[in-house]
Design a protein around this ligand. Structure first.
Ligand code: KG4
Ligand code: ZN
Length: 345
């Protein structure tokens, strides 16, 4: 089964062709990602209107490149998948409408993919991870702990009540005058800083649920920065290191609670899977490695380019659904909001 996947929910215009064999093993035939980072950098964040227009301009070319690179031709394509949400609605409309047009003209089935489900299933493409596993999804827009029990079968164990982790990194970077996207900048500065220098809060620590709260942490960084302004380069490094350490401590505690809830409700997980751009953070990754061992399971982290937004994860989720006979009508409406718990199979 070979599926074309289209991703346009945020600031990456992406298309890919992925094969799923009958035994469930996946192979990426092509994977084209055009990042809009430069277009948004001047604004310190993604501007939805600019993103939607950039998707319109780029998507045709990106899809053509994905098909050409795959070298299989249109006839070999068994289905057309697009991220139908959740995300910035202008971009979602561009990707889903394009997929519908292709499906109609080429007489292929359409698969309307939930972007979060695509992140959740990527570990099966890269590592053939069996169900059920515990997913830690941390990106610029999402922070969730999810029990992945099957295609279309998700139990959300924890989520953020305010900012996403990537968003907290981005906002911290912005207030310290670092570049965008902020995560990698904060991580780089943190390497030269003292994580004990500032006593920042660890919100939600010790609670029985597995929820996160991150907006207070970013505010605490701002207050500390204001207290000692003007900031030296070393101050910035120390603030970044202290912030990153607080995030690591919070995630450690919240994931332990999440893994406990997982065992109560679903038994032993086959793996702890990390996904989303924040999974690229080395300090966080080292901690994830340790808690996976402590929980008696293994850590699976797909390669960085498949952790951040891409077309291959959409194509793969489409293939997993198509293999179960799950397709969608051409009237399927794009969704800005689409919680995993609302998915059906
Ligand atoms: O998954 P992603 O590419 O896009 C979505 O948000 O869907 O994630 C991007 C987020 C940004 O907030 C970025 O700052 C963060 O991931 N990020 C990091 C690192 N690399 C990217 N955060 C912390 N440390 C990093 N090394
Ligand atoms: Zn994403």
């Amino acid at each position: 089964m070979v599926v074309l996947g289209i991703e346009t929910t945020c600031d990456e215009t992406a298309a890919a062709v992925v094969e799923r064999r009958d035994d469930g093993i996946g192979r990426i035939l092509s994977d084209i990602v055009l990042s809009q980072t430069d277009e948004h950098a001047a604004f310190g964040g993604v501007v939805p209107e600019i993103a939607a227009r950039a998707h319109v301009e780029a998507l045709d070319r990106v899809v053509a490149a994905a098909i050409a690179k795959a070298g299989c031709g249109w006839d070999a394509i068994d289905g057309v998948a697009a991220a139908a949400g959740p995300g910035l609605i202008g971009g979602v409309i561009v990707g889903l409408t394009t997929a519908k047009a292709i499906a109609l003209v080429r007489a292929k089935p359409l698969i309307a993919v939930n972007h979060l489900e695509a992140h959740a299933l990527t570990a099966r493409l890269t590592d053939a991870t069996p169900f059920p596993y515990c997913l830690f999804l941390a990106s610029g827009g999402h922070t969730q702990i999810v029990a992945v029990r099957g295609v279309g079968d998700y139990l959300r164990l924890g989520t953020t009540v305010d900012d996403a982790i990537g968003e907290a990194f981005d906002k911290t970077a912005k207030l310290l005058g670092l570049g965008y996207p902020g995560g990698p900048e904060v991580e780089k500065a943190a390497q030269r800083g003292d994580p004990q220098k500032f006593a920042l809060p660890r919100p939600m620590l010790g609670r029985n649920d597995a929820d996160f709260s991150l907006s207070g942490l970013k505010t605490a960084v701002r207050l500390e920065a204001e207290k000692i302004a003007p900031l030296s380069e070393q101050d910035i490094c120390d603030l970044c290191a202290s912030f990153q350490q607080a995030v690591v401590d919070v995630v450690r505690d919240r994931l332990r609670a999440g893994l406990r809830l997982f065992r109560e409700r679903c038994g032993a997980p086959t793996a702890l899977v990390a996904a989303g751009g924040v999974a690229a953070n080395q300090a966080l990754r080292a901690m994830l490695e340790r808690i996976a061992v402590q929980a008696g399971t293994e850590l699976v982290v797909p390669p960085a380019r498949l952790c951040t937004d891409n077309g291959a994860m959409i194509a793969w989720a489409g293939a997993e659904r198509l293999a179960l006979g799950l397709t969608d009508p051409l009237e399927f409406a794009p969704r800005a909001r689409w919680p995993l718990a609302e998915l059906r199979r």
